[in-house]
Design a protein around this ligand. Structure first.
Ligand SMILES: [Zn+2]
Length: 257
């Protein structure tokens, strides 16, 4: 049986990593109910994530997770993650806890993979150039798996740490701990020319309102000056908050008040 701590100290050969990743992709497309084309991801389910885990377990870890890992890995999918494409959440329990009590959650920011092609340019994940939404999902998943392993073996995990970086490099050839996938902010800026802090106009119940673009998510949050508003800034101006569909926003022209 694989001695995981020793295994993590061995650098896997680059070509082996690349071909294993490719094999996983091929098998995944065959077995997934949702993803049949690695270039256009529209649905990702938690079953897909379980499938990905079992493929990584078989192909990279010689069934270590299935046979030796006593904890539980849960998956969740989020459409609200704006910066991280993946997160590993390990509830802080009093140490030591038994392996059976070890429940860890991997959360995936699915929009990053649905919007993979929204912008042109290189899409690096963990220092590796990706070519499809599915490949990007794999790289993010690999990063989160390193967190799971680090939590399971050492009860703490940080991708800023030396131990994590070595582990991610040895296992998967990762050279960085972040992604450069298009964020909603970048997509809105490229497509609509809008960024946080811009003055924007939009129609609301037959009025044209003007406010400051405060947040960009699925919809934009716009703060509009309003004497009776619930929000205030440091200058004690009062504002009301509006959620506006992104395509309903127009940029206020400079000099036009
Ligand atoms: Zn991380």
């Amino acid at each position: 049986m694989l001695d995981m701590c020793a295994f993590l100290k061995i650098k896997q050969i680059e070509e082996t990593i690349v071909s294993r990743r490719y094999d996983i992709r091929k098998q995944f497309i065959q077995d997934s109910a949702n993803i049949k084309d690695e270039n256009s991801l529209r649905v990702i389910s938690t079953e897909d994530m379980c499938l990905l885990l079992s493929l990584y377990d078989r192909i990279f870890f010689d069934h270590w997770f299935k046979e030796c890992f006593k904890g539980k890995i849960k998956f969740s999918l989020s459409k609200r993650m704006t910066r991280s494409a993946g997160l590993t959440l390990c509830p802080k329990k009093r140490q030591p806890f038994t392996q059976e009590e070890f429940i860890i959650e991997i959360r995936i920011g699915v929009n990053f993979f649905f919007n993979y092609d929204a912008l042109k340019g290189d899409k690096m994940v963990s220092g590796i150039k990706t070519h499809s939404g599915l490949e990007a999902l794999q790289l993010v998943f690999e990063h989160e798996l390193c967190h799971v392993l680090e939590f399971a073996l050492y009860h703490k995990s940080s991708c800023k740490g030396k131990r994590f970086k070595e582990m991610a490099f040895n296992l998967f050839g990762h050279t960085e701990s972040y992604h450069k996938l298009p964020t909603q902010k970048q997509i809105v800026y490229e497509n609509l020319g809008l960024k946080i802090g811009d003055v924007v106009c939009f129609d609301f119940e037959d009025h044209k309102l003007k406010g400051v673009l405060y947040k960009i998510n699925k919809r934009a949050t716009v703060m509009v000056k309003d004497k009776k508003g619930l929000y205030s800034d440091k200058q004690r101006n009062r504002y009301s908050k509006y959620y506006v569909p992104l395509n309903a926003l127009a940029k206020e022209e400079m000099g036009k008040q």
